[in-house]
Design a protein around this ligand. Structure first.
Ligand SMILES: [Zn+2]
Length: 241
């Protein structure tokens, strides 16, 4: 692997895996799989939910200690607002509060300044993009745009596309996308919500599907075809190219 690993990183495909919301299923079912294969990603935290989780018995959101386990596994921690509102529907001042307070919460709890933001529900417009751009270097879309197939060297950091992975996704098709990314210098960014073991909800991914996708990604990485990075590091590579 040594020779190939020394090849120009930007001439390979890039893969970034993102989890939105920081909910307990991502901690319980997602993190162990990612850790097992040494695959880092970016976790977008709803900071108000993480604050709340520490005070509840069976919380929907992860506690800050659980979020810190992602950080310690090499993950980037990004912001997904404080209270998950649809940003185009609220005032400038309210948007700034969502952007500022979530960043301060993450910084205080994890001692790491977040530089990436995911809009709740994927909702944005020109006004919200401009405010987000004042506070965060990177912004990911939930759908639309490049649908997750970003061109290395030609990616707008304010509108990084993502491919949504849910119940209906065939892991073989995602594996084929990753192989194409490796061949065509694409930065593929995947977006996951929750994970389930049995009955998956409409936005959830069966944990077995996540495992199949991660196994394929790790194989491509170990073969020197794909570089798996956080969103922050992916954008840095894409911008330098
Ligand atoms: Zn969300």
């Amino acid at each position: 692997m040594a020779g190939r690993a020394q090849a120009d990183e930007a001439t390979r495909g890039l893969l970034t895996i993102t989890f939105d919301d920081a909910n307990w299923t991502q901690y319980r079912h997602g993190l162990p799989v990612m850790r097992e294969y040494g695959v880092p990603g970016t976790l977008f935290v709803i900071s108000g939910r993480a604050n709340e989780a520490g005070r509840k018995q069976r919380a929907w959101g992860m506690t800050w200690a659980q979020v810190a386990e992602f950080r310690d596994a090499g993950w980037e921690i990004g912001s997904h607002s404080v209270s998950h509102p649809s940003l185009p529907g609220i005032s400038d001042a309210e948007i700034v509060r969502e952007l500022d307070t979530s960043r301060a919460d993450i910084e205080q709890q994890l001692h790491q300044r977040p530089v990436s933001f995911a809009s709740p529900y994927g909702d944005y417009d020109a006004r919200t993009l401009s405010l987000i751009g004042d506070h965060y270097a990177n912004h990911v879309l939930a759908w639309g745009g490049t649908e997750g197939r970003n061109r290395i060297g030609d990616t707008d950091p304010g509108q990084i596309g993502r491919m949504q992975i849910d119940l209906r996704v065939d892991p073989e098709a995602v594996c084929a996308e990753m192989r194409r990314a490796a061949e065509r210098e694409i930065w593929l960014v995947l977006m996951f919500h929750g994970f389930s073991v049995a009955d998956a909800g409409p936005y959830e991914t069966p944990t077995a599907t996540l495992r199949d996708i991660v196994v394929c990604a790790a194989d491509l990485r170990d073969g020197g075809h794909l570089n798996i990075v956080t969103l922050r590091d992916g954008m840095a590579i894409a911008a330098a190219h």
